[in-house]
Design a protein around this ligand. Structure first.
Ligand code: ASP
Length: 360
């Protein structure tokens, strides 16, 4: 039995299998209408969501399964002070599989360690969002016919955008990927992704603040929303919120085959006038997300009877994670655990992956 916390929990071979399965489901939906009959998916969302939650629930219904849902943190026992671990143990008594979204980074990992059913991370703070990445990968595959040798621009909030972190983790495994990181200085990609993923992969990357300069060379442009809810100071958000707006005029700079992706929701970073451009793929992504979640649920349910997969959980070094958004800041009895990243040689929290000070 295993849980999916990060897209790296899936090998590239498994990603290919999921893509094949999702395409198969889209072509022969009736053949899958009973595939999860008698099984229950619990969805536990402690943060706002439209697409992710609805697509998990639609996915389970279309597989013939059932859904148990707690509408939001305010209505669950979390509001009474229940820990994520306890909630996960309770879920395991009722459901066969769970999808969890939480504002604290590392929360899904904590849930998966405590649960005795597979747990899927549906977004943990600014950290990861692996099932959005599955939607993104199927979209790229359908648009380009491949996942390798693509120049991918990421634009907007690269610091807090968890979908960016997860998609970079995935794309860094495909040869020939080039990353163009487009953001204001304050919203640059965190070091643990830039160094620990991109530089480690040896793939080409560049950083720029100019969308206009980057656009002509891109195969894919992944636009993102400035993540208002992650800012510590409201005035910083106000200053940065209009950093990038992709308009029909700017689209003239993009190549004729440049696909525009966005995990949604959009605020104002893509003008609605771009929606009719054949290069706009963000509503296709939404459909693809449901198909990939169906494929993932099937895969995890198939493996659910095998023994629980063990993760490398580092050690208690007596230090305390400094990331204010880490799940350890609210789960009082959760042990502080750290590992050393083999590439950067920096110590990082196993739960949220934030680095402590450099070791060397
Ligand atoms: N829906 C995506 C997420 O949950 C993107 C976003 O909220 O900007 O991370």
């Amino acid at each position: 039995m295993r849980s999916i916390i990060d897209v790296l929990d899936l090998s590239t071979g498994e990603l290919d299998d999921l893509i094949r399965q999702a395409v198969d489901i889209s072509e022969r939906p009736r053949d899958f209408a009973d595939a999860a009959r008698g099984k229950k998916l619990a969805t536990l969302f402690f943060e706002p969501s439209t697409r992710t939650r609805l697509s998990f629930e639609a996915a389970m219904y279309e597989l013939g399964g059932n859904v148990l849902s707690v509408p939001g943190a305010a209505l669950s026992s979390a509001a009474k002070g229940e820990s994520v671990s306890d909630t996960a143990k309770v879920l395991s008594c009722y459901a066969d599989i769970a999808a969890i979204r939480h504002p604290r980074e590392g929360a899904a990992l904590v849930a998966s360690e405590a649960a005795s059913i597979p747990v899927i991370n549906a977004g943990d703070g600014g950290h990861c969002h692996p099932t959005q990445t599955l939607a993104d990968l199927l979209t790229v595959h359908r648009e380009k016919g491949r996942l390798d040798s693509l120049t991918v621009g990421f634009c907007g909030d690269l610091k807090y955008g968890r979908t960016v972190h997860s998609l970079i983790n995935a794309m860094a495994r495909y040869p020939g990927t080039k990353f163009v990181l487009i953001s204001p200085e304050e919203l640059k990609l965190p070091a643990y992704v830039r160094e620990g993923t991109i530089r480690k992969s040896g793939l080409a990357f560049c950083e720029t603040a100019s969308l206009e300069e980057a656009l002509p060379g891109l195969d894919i442009l992944y636009m993102t929303r400035i993540q208002r809810e992650r800012f510590e100071e409201a005035e910083d958000y106000e200053r940065l919120k209009n950093s990038y707006i992709l308009t029909a005029e700017k689209m003239k700079l993009a190549g004729e085959n440049c696909s525009i992706l966005h995990p949604l929701p959009r605020v104002n970073e893509i003008s609605v006038k771009v929606d009719d451009d054949p290069r706009a793929c963000y509503f296709k992504q939404v459909k693809n997300g449901k198909l990939m979640r169906m494929a993932l649920i099937l895969m995890l349910l198939r493996e659910a009877k095998s023994p629980k997969e063990k993760r490398e959980m580092g050690e208690d070094t007596g230090e305390v994670c400094q990331n204010l958004r880490c799940i350890t800041t609210t789960e009082q009895e959760l042990p502080q655990r750290f590992t050393i990243d083999p590439f950067t040689h920096r110590k990082k929290c196993v739960w949220c992956e934030a680095e402590t000070k450099p070791l060397f």
